[in-house]
Design a protein around this ligand. Structure first.
Ligand SMILES: [Mn+2]
Length: 270
């Protein structure tokens, strides 16, 4: 048995299947962790969802910003992005099954050694409290009133954490930090949603979230995606695995038990 993690797939079905063959993934024995953003931007979101749905018993997924966008778009709660590629998926006869499976995914998953979150873990916050908020978000997403919940949690505010917020504000902050975070404003560690680029070119007043002082109770490695410009990064406490496949670069898998890395090139869309 092995645990693998694959970064942001974003509708890159051909590359997903190539990678699955390379790692020799065995669904009856191995577990595949996915860091979210399964769909959108790439051209084969429907094929990716079909594959993931079929192998759901061997998969653990956490929600990414594009997955939330899909849930909102399905219920006509957001304006359609100009580079949206979700129409085939939304028109598919099985879309309800896919949506129901997707909304059963958490924001955060953790096992004995690893914490999985699409964008990362907000550093200046008690991790147990974040897990508690994750649990509340999961309950809302699994309820029949989940479209109203999605409408409520969309938005950039609050971008700063306070432990005396009401539940909705806490959940908004958790959803935003777990699915959209890259940089924090260095003065108050509030979330910055504007700069998406490389650390080397960052504005001087921004800090990558994983370089801010951390909740010391966290003693597991944080595995995340979402940040194509950061690319692959592996340190004692962090593993970043979005290597920008949908932007013409690579799709990456990592064996969490042997520390082996596997990559396929984007090469083409067909
Ligand atoms: Mn993302």
């Amino acid at each position: 048995m092995a645990r693998y993690v694959i970064g942001d797939i974003q509708g890159c079905y051909k590359q997903l299947i190539q990678l699955i063959k390379i790692i020799d993934f065995n669904p009856s024995n191995d577990v595949l962790y996915l860091v979210g953003d399964l769909v959108n931007r790439g051209s084969k979101s429907l094929d990716v969802m079909k594959w993931v749905y079929k192998h759901q018993n061997s998969i653990i997924n956490v929600l990414g910003n594009h997955d939330f966008y899909l849930l909102a778009r399905y219920h006509n709660l957001v304006k359609i992005d100009s580079d949206d590629t979700l129409t085939d998926l939304i028109k598919d006869k099985n879309i309800t099954k896919y949506i129901d499976w997707l909304r059963s995914s958490p924001l955060i998953f953790h096992d004995n050694e690893y914490i999985l979150s699409h964008a990362g873990i907000y550093p200046c916050m008690n991790f147990n409290e974040l897990l508690h908020i994750n649990h509340m978000v999961c309950n809302h997403l699994r309820s029949t009133e989940y479209p109203q919940f999605i409408e409520q949690i969309f938005g950039n505010k609050p971008n700063q954490w306070r432990s005396d917020y009401d539940k909705i504000k806490k959940m908004r902050f958790a959803v935003n930090s777990c699915t959209r975070m890259r940089f924090l404003n260095s003065n108050d560690y509030s979330l910055d949603f504007k700069y998406k680029g490389e650390i080397g070119n960052k504005p001087h007043d921004l800090t990558p979230w994983f370089r801010a002082p951390f909740d010391e109770s966290i003693n597991k490695k944080i595995v995340f995606g979402h940040w194509a410009a950061l690319g692959y990064l592996h340190e004692q406490k962090f593993l970043a695995i979005d290597t920008g496949c949908v932007w013409g670069r690579k799709l990456t898998a990592f064996n969490l038990d042997s520390n082996e890395i596997f990559q396929v090139d984007y090469s083409s869309d067909e």
